[in-house]
Design a protein around this ligand. Structure first.
Ligand SMILES: *Cc1c(COP(=O)(O)O)cnc(C)c1O
Length: 831
């Protein structure tokens, strides 16, 4: 048992306040949103590039957390006296302290621990190794790809006395990081997967990168690797004597412990021939249930470990047969009756369950939170304790309805008090009793171990999502958010534009993610959009850019803050009910856009009006908008606009007697006018993956991808025309014409007719033939011989960049994004 008073010795820190006595530390906490049981949770205030844990101390304290590790006393909000009865440990570096505590925990276990690193395949090798060894051991493994400076300590913390084996991955992006992970993990076995070019920027040379990664293995008894990766081999040889390695090879059969020959490769499996020379010569043939190169390599690492453990060949084959692909992400899918399904059907251990529940609680409120859960496997705990822990997790994450499937969970149903519950012994029983009407407007996490076949449940839930889909990659969105955040000086606030259905991407899902990532403000165009966000649980401040007077009452009710751009609007706003306070306003100043806003000559009158109504009217911010922020040719004009803004705002601030947030820049402006970020910036199109200046497009990741399917393919003899008005003109040769399930009513502009647009099928471009119709259009797939009905066709996305597509019809990406019709299903992806 580890208590707070043990920490000074472990971390070299100083106790500033002793805190509650004798409480066993049971959770290492880094994120105030993940508090489980507050007593016994130890919070590390870690500072990162865009984040400072010290800021959350008051919130954590209010919610019952009493043990804190800090490294900047001056950044603790308030005096220590504001946290009576809390323990405070002052350390040189909170992250290092977290690692020291995890390293101590690791030292309590004398079991084999695998450390896995390499450029690609770490997570899959880890998951597969766990699948291959689960018959022999009770395994503790990193959840998903928790392999960073904080992920590794949190993973190791999960070790308990029932585990007989640990399998953890470690990933680094710069020099010096691996030594710290090695100290936490202390692996006695290692796997080096391979070496690619990821993170090259953090290292002086590829040699340095491989040597740095290799440091994870300095103390291992045995390192497994593929001899064919020359750089890995050289580095391993330098670090370890041969008897501490176990290698496999396809191309150097005499210089490896295991010689591998690919005997046969078909569409979905690979037959390998294995020869081992020592200690006794033996040969075997195994079938791997995969055909692609990376999967074969990943599986061979696992196979090498099984051979080294001398598992009998027949048993090895049985285990290989059961290897299943690893889903790397948790998918959110739109389902029937306005439900959403979070699909996590590939494994089910306790750590994975907790992570998936975190994702569930992050989703916008949409009726009940439901969990469909199979028996939890490989926990190493007695069943009664295991399900008691599961029940605690469900309570923490406010799950309201549980559907348990499996003999074990059914036996322990008494533990799940206070939530609606149903249990089934088998997945089949659930499916035979499944009536869609039992599920309405709820978010349903489907979490099951592979053997329960929960993908059948997900399929039952999903509306037939064929036809046209807009896929929204939430990870890409966060990447883009962080790209812009990194360009802001500390303290600069960020307003994100979620107008027009979040530029077509789906407003609550995006708003919810932004709320989770703690942006400061949201902005919408109309009051109704703001009301929708509020109704879906968005509590961030929201600015409404174009509020109509008849919506002012509603805005008051929902705490939506209007942009006020004219005297007329201001007078109307002041007429709204006096019963409640008015939400603060945002003053729009017109400095050259000539659209909405007060002009410079209005400032005196405006100042007077603000002064008169000071008792009722609070100003939250003043803003202006540049007319040509994205183009250098307008730089002088933009500078004049900014100068006008800086002339107008001090007068207004003097009139009201306090300072307010001032902001002027959109996505393009953020990059082009770093000296004019003022107090806040307004991020729009950049978040959605389009870099408006066109100069840094590679730094952003595309967020949405519009795709559809081929409904039918016809072979047309020479001389036939295609579609309405016979506009798809006859040609002199035979062609194959495919009909797509998308038309202008879905947002595929009619101007793409007759070869102006192209779509991507099987990674090749195919031109539009004839006119785009209301619900369909036709493409020529003559040069894509494999194309068949049911194939996916990408309208835009990574393979067909939005800026290029927009240019073809003389418009801008903004228009294409926002014109995808609401009848097109949105499918969101998140980790
Ligand atoms: C839409 C909008 C933005 C965001 O513009 P982007 O070019 O999409 O970044 C900023 N400010 C105002 C006033 C807007 O209307």
């Amino acid at each position: 048992m580890l208590t707070f008073s043990d920490l000074p010795a472990l971390t070299g820190g100083t106790l500033l306040q002793a805190g509650p006595e004798g409480v066993a530390i049971h959770q290492l906490l880094l994120d105030s949103r993940r508090i489980g049981q507050p007593s016994g949770a130890l919070f590390f205030a870690i500072r990162g590039a865009q984040h400072n844990g010290h800021r959350y101390l008051p919130d954590l304290y209010r919610r019952g957390v009493r043990l804190f590790v800090v490294d900047r006393l001056e950044e603790v909000p308030g005096e220590l006296g504001a946290y009576p009865d809390a323990g405070f440990l002052m350390v040189a570096n909170s992250l290092a302290a977290l690692q020291a505590v995890a390293a101590y925990h690791r030292r309590q276990f004398r079991i084999p621990i695998f450390g896995i690193t390499g450029s690609n395949g770490k997570t899959i090798v880890k998951e597969w190794l766990a699948q291959l060894l689960s018959a022999d051991d009770l395994i503790c493994k990193s959840p998903r790809s928790y392999n960073s400076q904080v992920g590794v300590p949190l993973s190791v913390w999960e070790l308990n006395s029932t585990h007989t084996l640990g399998i953890f991955e470690a990933g680094i992006s710069e020099r010096g990081e691996m030594v710290r992970l090695a100290q936490v993990l202390q692996p006695n076995l290692g796997i080096f997967t391979n070496l690619g070019t990821a993170h090259d920027a953090g290292f002086a040379s590829p040699q340095e990168k491989v040597a740095e990664k290799m440091r994870l293995f300095a103390e291992v008894d045995t390192l497994f690797y593929c001899r064919d990766h020359e750089a890995v081999h050289l580095a391993a040889r330098q670090l370890l004597p041969e008897h501490r390695t176990f290698t496999w090879s396809r191309f150097h059969p005499h210089d490896a412990h295991v010689a591998v020959t690919i005997a046969e490769a078909s569409a979905d499996r690979t037959v390998v021939h294995i020869a081992i020379a020592k200690p006794l010569p033996q040969e075997h043939t195994f079938t791997l249930p995969f055909a692609d190169e990376p999967s074969v390599e990943n599986a061979l690492h696992g196979l090498a470990v099984l051979l080294w453990r001398q598992v009998p060949a027949a048993e090895i084959q049985r285990r290989l047969d059961r290897l299943t692909p690893v889903a790397m992400r948790l998918e959110m899918k739109q389902a029937l009756n306005d439900c959403y399904v979070l699909d996590d059907t590939y494994n089910n251990d306790l750590a994975g369950l907790t992570l998936a529940l975190d994702v569930l609680t992050r989703q916008p409120r949409r009726g009940r939170r439901t969990l469909i859960l199979s028996d939890v496997l490989e926990s190493g705990l007695p069943a009664s304790e295991l399900y008691a822990r599961v029940a605690t997790q469900l309570a923490i994450h406010k799950v309201e309805r549980l559907i348990g499937i499996g003999p074990e969970i059914s036996q322990h149903q008494a533990l799940f008090q206070g939530i609606e519950q149903t249990f089934f012994a088998k997945t089949e029983d659930f499916l035979t009793n499944f009536y869609p009407d039992q599920f309405q407007h709820e978010t349903i996490l489907v979490k099951g171990a592979r053997r329960f076949g929960f993908e059948r449940i997900v399929a039952a839930f999903q509306q037939k999502i064929h036809g046209t889909v807009l896929e929204v990659n939430l990870d890409a969105l966060v990447h883009n958010l962080n790209y812009y955040r990194a360009r802001l000086a500390p303290g600069t606030k960020l307003m994100v534009m979620v107008k027009a259905f979040a530029y077509g991407s789906g407003s609550y899902e995006v708003a919810n993610l932004l709320q989770f990532h703690r942006v400061d403000y949201l902005a919408v165009a109309y009051a109704d959009e703001g009301v929708e966000l509020r109704q879906h649980g968005i509590s961030l401040p929201i600015m409404v850019m174009n509020p109509s007077p008849d919506s002012f009452q509603k805005m008051q009710q929902y705490h939506l803050e209007p942009e006020i751009y004219s005297f007329e609007r201001l007078r109307e706003y002041l007429r709204v009910s006096h019963d409640q306070p008015l939400p603060a306003i945002h003053l729009k100043l017109d400095t050259g856009m000539r659209r909405l806003g007060f002009a410079e000559e209005d400032i005196a009158e405006l100042s007077a009006m603000l002064r008169e109504n000071a008792a009722r009217l609070r100003v939250a911010s003043m803003l202006t908008h540049l007319a040509g922020a994205d183009e250098a040719q307008h730089n002088d004009f933009s500078r004049q606009q900014l100068a006008a803004f800086q002339r107008m705002t001090p007068t207004l601030e003097a009139a009201i007697g306090y300072t307010v947030l001032k902001h002027a820049l959109n996505s393009a402006g953020i990059l082009r006018f770093p000296d004019a970020h003022f107090d806040m910036v307004r991020l729009g199109i950049g978040l959605y993956g389009v870099e408006a200046t066109g100069e840094n497009q590679e730094a952003l990741r595309p967020v949405s991808s519009l795709r559809t399917t081929i409904s039918q393919i016809k072979t047309l003899p020479a001389g036939q025309t295609v579609g309405y008005g016979r506009r798809g003109q006859a040609v002199e040769h035979e062609r194959r014409i495919a009909t797509l399930a998308i038309g202008y009513a879905d947002g595929y502009n009619r101007r793409f007719s007759n070869g102006v647009g192209t779509v991507v099928v099987r990674e090749q471009r195919a031109p539009i033939v004839g006119n785009v119709c209301m619900d369909m259009c036709m493409i020529d797939v003559t040069n894509i011989p494999g194309a068949q009905s049911g194939d996916m066709a990408i309208i835009f996305g990574e393979a067909m960049p939005l800026p290029e597509l927009a240019q073809r019809i003389g418009t801008i990406p903004y228009e294409l994004l926002t014109s995808v019709s609401e009848r097109v299903k949105r499918v969101f992806f998140a980790e």
